[in-house]
Design a protein around this ligand. Structure first.
Ligand SMILES: Cc1cc2nc3c(=O)[nH]c(=O)nc-3n(C[C@H](O)[C@H](O)[C@H](O)COP(=O)(O)OP(=O)(O)OC[C@H]3O[C@@H](n4cnc5c(N)ncnc54)[C@H](O)[C@@H]3O)c2cc1C
Ligand code: FES
Ligand code: FES
Length: 502
């Protein structure tokens, strides 16, 4: 039996684990407040809040219920609009803000916006206006032109910062204990092993929505074992079902990547980031998968394991045979367009990358038709380890004085001569998407950069090598020539970004 909490009700159901949460709440529970728009994760009309125990605290995240298998609700608190409406028929502060700022017209999108903004209000870690607006980056409105909704979002961010209003009903106070009890019980939907693996479902449910509802599958998303991010000394170890949001909120990752927020905000939208797993991105094998390109530039390795599994984690088989695991470089997973060096019954269990030592710099660039909620025309990531040595007229930073230009010390106080520091690349890994049938690790470009001094000549020469490594095709996202030009420019942008900071 699949068990979870829906609003204030404990649910125990034998509905198909592959059917969607959207269909369950609308057609089995008659909760019609949650709307159906695109069924592709794009419009946000079906947004629900999903509460789960993280470090024994209940954390709520928004998800698009149209792409969410019921299996992924196991052990969670699913909240629809009916679950936040106050009993006395008054409006919640979020609903009130939407009314006061004229944030609703036809009303079709409104429930989705209210759920996203409620998610923002109950998330104690975010209270800036920017975060409030970014909380609704997965919601589309065809009527208002957004400004009125943005005003409501900004107003809520100000309210959240100063007052402790009640954004959700009182029964939410009981959820922590109820989720603990659920965790202790068997709420898993796993009945039989299937070699159809489902992570967050954000690719599978778009590609084959109807078939997924009926299919037997091994669901990996709810498995805590596959959701950890661990500093393991020399390496960072990441569970295969870690989501983009898990990365974004990880202290381990934030300590290594200062621009993590800026980079990962370019990936899909808040609700999709809350569902999209790393392994799902890798195995989907889209040539423009953002997280794939990101981890290729970290020269990441993956661990694959063979069945049988228990709850998504490999276990000894009934006859006591211990399972086999094998490791490979992520870059070796891709053989050709959507062709993987992986057996159909192998799952990715973990991902690891070497913890950068010394002066490490990382950058990610992505160009798409619109800045957010779009897949890339071309994306690229670079990881550099650098050694910096002082030039002849160099003054140690503590002794130098402004003005500085572009992060490189300009000649202070009218004193002539360059104070530039020379940067040598000790190691480089470069990856790009949208320029080949596979997400591409640029081996020759990476090898060329190692040992080179950073200057215009090095960048130009590396660009020429890179152009010989890629083979873009013309499609809806641009011509082959345009994609070559994009990658050339984005490669230069890496150096502007990285050396601007130095
Ligand atoms: C609206 C929208 C916007 C999007 N925007 C972006 C974007 O900006 N950038 C981007 O890169 N992607 C984007 N995507 C695509 C998608 O969200 C990502 O590819 C995501 O990482 C897929 O992960 P998932 O867990 O949802 O995959 P699922 O759909 O669950 O699975 C995808 C594939 O991976 C396999 N799989 C999953 N886990 C494992 C495992 N552990 N071992 C072996 N196989 C496994 C599945 O069998 C399936 O073949 C978007 C999708 C949507 C719907
Ligand atoms: S119905 Fe559009 S995102 Fe779910
Ligand atoms: S109010 Fe009509 S779609 Fe938003």
């Amino acid at each position: 039996m699949l068990k979870f909490i829906l609003n204030d009700t404990d649910i125990s159901t034998d509905q198909l684990a592959g059917s969607t949460v959207l269909d369950f709440v609308r057609y089995h529970k008659d909760l019609k407040g949650t709307k159906i728009g695109c069924r592709e994760g794009d419009c946000g009309a079906c947004t629900v809040l999903v509460g789960e125990l993280i470090d024994d605290e209940v954390r709520y995240r928004t998800m698009t219920s149209c792409l969410m298998p019921l299996a992924n609700a196991a052990g969670k608190h699913i909240v629809t609009i009916e679950g936040i409406n106050p009993a006395n028929r008054e409006l919640t502060p979020v609903q009130q803000a939407m009314v006061d700022e004229s944030g609703t017209q036809c009303g079709f999108c409104t429930v989705g916006f209210v759920m996203s903004l409620t998610g923002f209000c109950v998330d104690g870690s975010a209270n800036s206006a920017e975060m409030a607006i970014s909380a609704i980056d997965g919601n589309i409105c065809r009527c208002t032109g957004y400004k009125s909704i943005e005003r409501a979002a900004v107003r809520l961010s100000e309210q959240v910062a100063v007052s402790s209003e009640q954004y959700v009903p009182e029964y939410f106070a009981t959820i922590q204990d109820r989720l603990r009890q659920l965790r202790g019980s068997d709420c898993s939907p796993l009945t039989a092993y299937s070699s159809l693996f489902v992570g967050g479902g954000t690719d599978l449910y778009v590609q084959r929505h109807d078939a997924m509802s009926e299919s037997e599958a091994t669901h990996l998303f709810y498995d805590d074992e596959l959701r950890t991010i661990r500093d393991a000394g020399e390496y960072v170890e990441i569970g295969a079902s870690v989501t983009v949001t898990d990365l974004l909120e990880s202290p381990v990752m934030n300590a290594i990547f200062p621009d993590l927020y800026k980079h990962l905000k370019l990936v899909s939208s808040t609700p999709i980031r809350n569902m999209a797993t790393l392994a799902g991105n890798f195995v989907n094998a889209s040539p423009i998968g953002d997280m794939t390109v990101w981890f290729l530039a970290l020269d990441a390795e993956i661990t694959l394991s063979t069945p049988p599994y228990e709850g998504g984690v490999a276990a000894a088989s009934a006859d006591g045979v211990v399972l086999s695991f094998r490791d490979m470089k992520l870059r070796d997973l891709y053989l050709g367009y959507k062709q993987l060096a992986k057996q159909p019954d192998e799952i990715i269990t973990s991902i690891r990358f070497r913890k950068p030592a010394g002066d490490h710099r990382f950058n990610f660039e992505k160009v798409c038709k619109r800045t957010y909620l779009d897949i890339a025309s071309v994306n690229t990531a670079i990881s550099l380890t650098i050694r910096s040595t002082p030039g002849e007229d160099w003054i140690p930073p503590a002794l130098s004085s402004p003005p500085y230009e572009g992060g490189v010390d300009a000649a202070p106080g009218g004193r002539g001569g360059s104070l530039a520091v020379e940067h040598t690349i000790i190691a480089a890994h470069v990856a790009a998407g949208g320029v080949a049938p596979i997400p591409l690790y640029l081996r020759q470009t990476s090898e060329f950069l190692a040992g080179k001094t950073v200057n215009a000549e090095t960048i130009a020469a590396a660009n020429e090598i890179m152009q010989s490594e890629i083979s873009p095709i013309s499609d809806v996202r641009g011509t082959d020539q345009y994609k070559r030009l994009l990658l050339r420019q984005l490669f230069r942008a890496h150096f502007v970004e990285i050396f601007h900071q130095l």
